[in-house]
Ligand binder design. Structure first.
Ligand SMILES: [Zn+2]
Ligand SMILES: [Zn+2]
Length: 207
């Protein structure tokens, strides 16, 4: 599997194009990612959205329509793709495939040769996910290199973030993490920081 990325737009949001056997999957087609994706992707299968913030989904509907492909997003963030709730000026779609079950439930499925798992880690947004494709994880705005996503935005929830971090402690395996902003990291490296963040939120929120 080959992984290409470009930080796009005002927030330098990483847009990933991963390819295997001549087909591609696009992850987080954010602001100004349209031209980049069109340049390097010739046979995309789908777009996977880690969450619904506008800097991550900005060009999703446009690319979906241009290539006539599907787009996936967690149930709880689908409203951000259906309506421009941020007033950011992006194209909307109500045709995305909504993924997800109960809170914190992970959903696994295959698209051609790719194994995909939407791992639900709400808090940054209600439908915030880390998306695993084969043996790498796209951590969106849940985990960054040395940091975690903000949980003070509209639709954020600190208590959910706290629980998501607790859930994350149980993840096992040697995964490389590709975050929504900044450099890649590893699950092992970030697991070492989790107690720090869990305690910090716990103190802030007085859980
Ligand atoms: Zn975000
Ligand atoms: Zn972001």
């Amino acid at each position: 599997m080959k992984i290409l990325l470009k930080p796009c737009g005002n927030y330098q949001t990483n847009c990933y194009v991963i390819s295997k056997n001549g087909r591609e999957i696009i992850i987080d087609a954010g602001q100004n990612s349209f031209n980049y994706v069109c340049e390097i992707s010739h046979a995309p299968l789908t777009i996977l959205n880690t969450h619904g913030h506008f800097d991550h989904i900005f060009d999703c509907a446009r690319l979906k329509n241009f290539f006539n492909i599907s787009a996936h997003i967690h149930n709880n963030d689908a409203f951000m793709l259906k309506n421009d709730v941020w007033g950011a000026g992006y194209e909307t779609t109500d045709e995305a495939i909504c993924v997800g079950g109960a809170k914190f439930e992970d959903v696994k499925f295959n698209i051609e040769d790719f194994e995909i798992e939407f791992m639900h880690f709400p808090g940054h947004t209600p439908g915030c996910c880390m998306v695993r494709v084969d043996d790498v994880i796209f951590s969106g705005d849940f985990l960054f290199r040395g940091s975690i996503g903000r949980y003070d935005f509209p639709f954020s929830n600190a208590e959910d973030m706290h629980q998501s971090l607790l859930k994350c402690k149980n993840l096992q395996g040697d995964f490389i993490l590709y975050p929504g902003h900044g450099d890649k990291t590893t699950l092992k490296a970030e697991l070492a920081n989790l107690d720090f963040w869990i305690n910090m939120i716990g103190r802030e929120m007085r859980f």
